[in-house]
Design a protein around this ligand. Structure first.
Ligand code: HEC
Length: 322
């Protein structure tokens, strides 16, 4: 009781405090014209509101107390727990839904219980046979290969639409030949006095001869016998007789002695060709040959003079050694 009194008192106090607040607020901002309530009227309205709220709260509380009281008098009993029978492991396992494994599905395996349905009714010495059909995917694969084989046979062998191995090989070789030619054409211009190679194939010598006839004959004679320039058909050389030296002499020339540098007029491939042509003149003993000049160059196999080049094919000796 004392508590309620205190509560009411504090409520009243708070309301007056609120009213006071309202007063100061009213001083600062005039009350809205629409409501037009005086302070005491406002207080009454607030009190009424408070009373209503109090009433609602009291009624709710009353209801709650009633329910509690009822419950005290005759409490509702708890729901009885359902007693489930305890299963042993095997029965429990049987109750579990069986989910076939991927493996079982893939091989279309049937559970052992269904075995009696699969038995084919013929026996031999008491041996029974089960009807276990091959899985569908396997059949698909099997017939697929057959169809593929037939198509293959038709495409390559009967119809002749596709190239057979031999033909493919030839095609690739032809392609490689073209590529090689293109490569050689390109790489020809990278020949220099170090990489020049001895080459006495008729085509090269022919090329060399043409170049020689147009550029060199005036000074070296039509057969290389020598006019102003030295004899190129003998074993004597002023600037070295191996292929690299000859190439170098032609490329850079000996300008102070009247042999010009051909670097600007002939490309490396042409210099290489004319070099090979000159080397092929050795021992031809042309008529009216100029007396030998320079040092005798030992006529070794010209191939010995080749600079070491990377071997692009496997050495047979190496293979047999292994
Ligand atoms: C204008 C004249 C002239 C022409 C053109 C000329 N040469 Fe020469 N050549 C000479 C003379 C001169 C020498 C000798 C240089 C020396 O005494 O060192 C010589 C030297 C050489 C040598 C060196 C011979 C040795 O004994 O070492 C070679 C190789 C050679 N000429 C190749 C050629 C080729 C290839 C051409 C054409 C592409 C050519 N010459 C065009 C004047 C000529």
């Amino acid at each position: 009781m004392k508590k309620i009194k205190l509560l009411l008192l504090s409520l009243l106090l708070s309301i007056t405090a609120f009213a006071a607040d309202e007063k100061t607020a009213a001083v600062v901002t005039p009350a809205p014209a629409g409501l037009g309530l005086s302070q005491s009227e406002l207080l009454i309205v607030l009190l009424l509101l408070f009373v209503t709220v109090l009433l609602v709260v009291s009624l709710t509380l009353l209801k709650a107390f009633k329910v509690m009281y009822q419950e005290q008098l005759n409490p509702t009993p708890y729901i009885e727990t359902v007693k489930e029978p305890v299963l042993d492991y095997d029965t429990w396992l049987k109750q579990q839904p069986v989910k076939p494994s991927i493996w079982t599905k893939l091989l279309s395996l049937r559970p052992i219980e269904e075995e009696k349905d699969l038995v084919i009714d013929h026996t031999y010495d008491g041996i029974k046979e089960l009807n276990n059909p091959v899985p569908a995917w396997f059949n698909f694969l099997f017939y697929g290969t057959m169809i593929f084989a037939a198509a293959y046979l038709f495409y390559y062998h009967i119809g002749g639409y596709g190239d057979l191995q031999d033909q493919e090989y030839e095609n690739e070789m032809a392609k490689a030949k073209i590529e090689k030619a293109a490569y050689l054409e390109k790489s020809a211009n990278t020949i220099d006095e170090n990489s020049v190679k001895f080459d006495d194939t008729p085509a090269v010598l022919e090329d060399g001869k043409t170049i020689f006839n147009t550029n060199c004959v005036v000074c070296h004679g039509d057969k290389g016998q020598g006019i102003i320039g030295p004899n190129l058909a003998d074993d004597y050389w002023l600037h070295g007789g191996n292929i690299n030296s000859v190439f170098k002499t032609i490329k850079y020339g000996v300008p102070e002695k009247g042999m010009i540098s051909w670097e600007k007029n002939l490309n490396p491939k042409q210099i290489s060709a004319v070099t090979n042509f000159i080397l092929s003149l050795k021992g031809t003993n042309p008529a009216g040959a100029k007396a030998p000049q320079g040092e005798k160059y030992e006529a070794k196999n010209p191939k010995d003079n080749e600079m070491k080049v990377l071997k692009d094919s496997v050495n047979k000796a190496d293979v047999t050694k292994k």
